[in-house]
Design a protein around this ligand. Structure first.
Ligand code: PMP
Ligand code: GLN
Length: 465
């Protein structure tokens, strides 16, 4: 192919007698640029995908590969092993006696896994969830979000999104032809000890967003990146508005097992009149600390689930069988000890709590003002008290949190995520003073991060004197 292209260019420039002619060069360049621009025009990104900027994950994972931070507290994943029985199950299945466990399984979810999901969630929702038509196993919670949004949002529909929000919501809504309507959680205080409960919605503003075009509201509780657990009262307000305006609730609950006592995670699908209009999403990656297994699920009444099935059956059809079988066996194991404090669904938050407290203390000692999360494994921390210690002028990014996280990673070796990625264009300024730190990391790595930040701080203190 290259040879043929090279040969025709050669002939076009030199002519058949091999003599280079300037007018031929001009003609070839003109034709080439015309073809390139025609191609660029025809093959440009479809408008429904917006400008096609890199997502923060693509950018920061690439950044981590380039700068090799000593401690990566960016993307949310554990840097240590999942429970032994979980990883062992996958190994056993892949090489075990049943060859069919390495082949396709039922498209809407592997039979033993949907049975276990029904067993797990039915008592939590207060109704029997039909595993056959009310549960869908998906390629990570991402695909559950995708199937729910693409399956329900139509051209011109509005979707209420609470900021900060997990960044793909915006993209998915727009690619379905919908219009996101944003409302920001704002801190009620900016000094002293702040917890994620201090970040609240303005009730009147929320009410004002509901209108006849509203199809859906997305609620993420426990929340990424704030760690907020929506209270009974906050969820009741949302539920009442959904019922009043006939709106669906898409409840992203991937951090459901990580609420720190005494705070309790509450499922909006269990509220009176809400099962009928709620699609709830979970993730095995979060539940069993195996984010690379990319398996999630949605549960909802059959009438709503049908739309997710239509999307799923035509873009993914079926998820990885051995992984689903391993997750199912992991649930067998954990459900058998559900009432024991050792059950991973209970133990995970206990394991994470000292990590959270360590990072909060370390950030505070070094001039950050962190929000203490009530759940999950992220901490949002205000870095503006450190502004005079870090020269951001060499960082070309548009938003200060991008500048800060990049420069901070280069100077300290500790990488964090810029939270403006979780805000709409019009509200980016609300995230600029913060950085997001992930703390589901080995204690030694969290200690190293603390030490590196402390050393950087001390060095900069001296430099200022
Ligand atoms: N929702 C939220 C709020 C998340 O933080 C994530 C990231 N794990 C997802 C959904 C996607 O989860 P998964 O890795 O299972 O696709
Ligand atoms: N949910 C994880 C986080 O917020 C991972 C995101 C991703 O990989 N896209 O860090």
């Amino acid at each position: 192919m290259m040879f043929r292209l090279g040969r025709s260019l050669y002939v076009a420039v030199r002519g058949l007698n091999g003599v280079v002619r300037p007018e031929n060069i001009k003609k070839v360049v003109r034709n080439l640029s015309c073809t390139t621009s025609l191609m660029a025009d025809k093959f440009k990104l479809p408008a429904r995908y917006g400008a096609g900027e890199k997502s923060v994950w693509v950018e920061y994972i690439q950044l981590a590969a380039e700068i090799k931070p000593a401690v990566n507290l960016g993307q949310g994943f554990p840097d240590y092993h999942a429970p032994k029985h979980v990883t062992k199950a996958l190994g056993d299945i892949a090489t075990g006696p049943n060859p069919l466990l390495n082949q396709y399984t039922r498209g809407f979810g592997h039979p033993p896994l949907i049975q276990n999901l029904s067993k797990l969630y039915s008592p939590l929702i207060g109704r029997e969830i039909n595993p056959q038509n009310e549960i869908l196993v998906t390629f990570g919670a991402y695909e559950a979000l995708y199937s729910a949004i693409l399956g329900h949002v139509d051209e011109g529909d509005e979707v209420i999104v609470i900021e900060p929000f997990f960044d793909c919501y915006d993209f998915m809504i727009k690619s379905a032809g919908g219009k996101p309507r944003f409302i920001a959680l704002c801190p009620t205080k900016t000094s002293g000890e702040i917890t994620s409960a201090d970040w609240v919605l303005d009730e009147k503003e929320l009410e004002s967003l509901f209108n006849p075009r509203t199809k859906m509201i997305i609620v993420n509780t426990p929340h990424n990146p704030l760690g907020k657990v929506f209270t009974q009262q906050e969820l009741e307000l949302i539920a009442n508005l959904c019922k009043k305006h006939n709106v669906l609730c898409l409840s992203d609950e991937v951090y459901e097992w990580m609420a720190y006592e005494p705070v309790k995670h509450i499922r909006i699908a269990s509220f009176p009149g809400m099962w009928e209009r709620t699609i709830t999403i979970g993730s095995a990656g979060k539940t069993f600390s195996v984010t690379g297994w990319k398996t999630g699920w949605a549960y909802a009444p059959a009438a709503l689930m049908r739309n997710l099935h239509v999307v799923h059956q035509n873009c993914v059809y079926t998820c990885c069988t051995p992984v689903q079988e391993a997750i199912s066996r992991s649930f067998d194991y954990e459900l058998a000890r559900r009432d024991s404090p050792e059950c991973y669904l209970t133990a995970l938050a206990c394991e994470l709590r000292p990590k959270r407290d360590f990072v909060i203390k370390s950030l505070r000692e070094n001039g950050f003002n962190p929000t203490v999360p009530e759940a999950g494994y992220f901490i949002i921390a205000d870095w503006t008290n450190l502004a005079d210690k870090i020269d951001l002028s060499s960082e070309p990014d548009k938003y200060k949190d991008y500048q800060f996280t990049k420069k901070f990673a280069k100077e300290t070796g500790v990488l964090a995520i810029p939270p403006t990625a979780f805000y709409s264009q019009e509200h980016k300024h609300l995230g600029e003073n913060f950085a997001r730190f992930c703390f589901i990391k080995k204690d030694e790595n969290l200690q190293l991060a603390g030490k590196l930040i402390k050393e950087w701080n001390a060095k900069n203190k001296k430099a200022c004197v």
